[in-house]
Design a binder for this molecule. Structure first.
Ligand code: TYM
Length: 331
């Protein structure tokens, strides 16, 4: 731990463009937590290879994700940011944890079932995905894990794995607590399922106003509002719930009233949302453009982060080996 601060760990997959679900569900919280905690954040490329992907694209996806995270406000002087595969202790600890991970629970994980339904052949990595996630967290003895609601089940399993390991080999790993932020489950453009790259329903974080409009204009609103002069119900409209994150309260109240009396149509409501998202995210886009022009700086930050992460992870791994009676290793 840095200067007695308790530790936060979280991870994100390099699975494509960052979207508002990641931003509102996790990254905003990641940034805020750096004020108070010793924060370690990881680009989890080993998780990303459990589903079909293009090897030739993965490095660029990692880089683009690092740019997005730094541009969103992660300050490398106030947190540790690194790429998972640069710290081999993650995969090693996962193996050790596999020996206590309950197979039945792994096969009951909602994300495992969802992902298995979408592939022809289910690989073992997909099943063991949450064990690697547990290794990520436990390697750093993290006490808090900021995530969106969709990760709650994986966190519960991490706690279970820690308990089982501690029971077998002696009290060592803390049971981490999830920190679920305000945007705990951001719905996608369909207004029905979680915003997710795999659902093709995302609003990209780094899009300019024109690109934002091209996707937001397609967003599903109150399904009962069919014609322009039908009154709408903001309580069941996902576009209105996005206003909740980007539109100042007074304007939001105004839109709420106008929607209920058919004083504003869905197109105008979406235009206002687009303008507000574009202006709030403009500084992030600018910082991203600067970072994209300086790849060496981004890779330096990731390499420095990996060194610090490794200095912690290697000690944990050596201690775990020793407690499990495995070959002695120097940290
Ligand atoms: P991933 O890469 O799918 O998502 C990264 C973070 O974004 C949150 N998130 C959302 N939150 C609200 N609404 C949404 N629509 C939405 N979409 C994504 C996720 O909850 C997550 O916090 N398994 C993890 C990565 C991981 C990890 C870890 C997380 C690997 N090791 C250790 C925490 C700790 C995942 O796939 O996240």
């Amino acid at each position: 731990m840095t200067q007695g601060k308790s530790r936060v760990f979280s991870g994100i997959q390099p699975s494509g463009e960052l979207h508002l679900g990641n931003y509102l569900g996790a990254i905003q919280n990641w940034v805020a937590l750096t004020e108070t905690y010793d924060c370690i954040y990881c680009i989890v490329d080993l998780h990303a290879v459990t589903i079909p992907y293009q090897p030739s694209e993965l490095q660029d996806r990692i880089y683009q994700l690092a740019v997005g995270l730094l541009a969103s406000g992660l300050d490398p002087d106030r947190c540790t940011l690194f790429v998972q595969s640069a710290v081999p202790e993650h995969a090693e600890l996962q193996w050790l944890l596999n020996t206590v991970a309950p197979l039945g629970e792994l096969s009951r994980m909602t994300q495992f079932k969802d992902k298995s339904d979408r592939v022809d052949t289910v690989n073992a990595g997909l099943l063991n995905y949450p064990v690697l996630q547990a290794a990520d967290i436990l390697l750093y003895h993290a006490e808090h894990v900021p995530v969106g609601e969709d990760q709650r089940q994986h966190l519960e399993l991490t706690r279970e794995i820690a308990r089982r390991w501690n029971t077998r080999f002696g009290d060592y790993f803390p049971e981490p607590q999830p920190l679920i932020g305000q945007g705990k489950r951001i719905l996608g453009l369909d207004g029905a399922s979680k915003m997710s790259k795999s659902q093709s329903n995302t609003i990209p974080l780094l899009a300019d106003e024109e690109e934002l409009w091209s996707v937001i204009r397609m967003a599903v609103t109150d399904p009962a509002r069919v014609r322009r002069d039908d009154p709408g119900n903001p309580d069941v409209c996902n576009v209105f719930s996005l206003h909740g994150h980007f539109t100042p309260p007074a304007e939001r109240d105004e839109i709420d009233g106008l929607c209920r009396t058919a004083g504003i149509g869905c197109v105008d409501c979406k235009r206002r949302l687009t303008a507000n998202i574009a202006s709030e995210l403009a500084p992030i886009r600018e910082r991203a453009a600067e970072l994209l022009a300086d790849p060496d700086r981004v890779w330096d930050i990731l390499n420095t982060g990996a060194k610090r992460a490794r200095s912690i992870a290697s000690i944990t791994l050596a201690e775990a080996y020793e407690r499990m009676g495995l070959g002695r290793r120097d940290p």
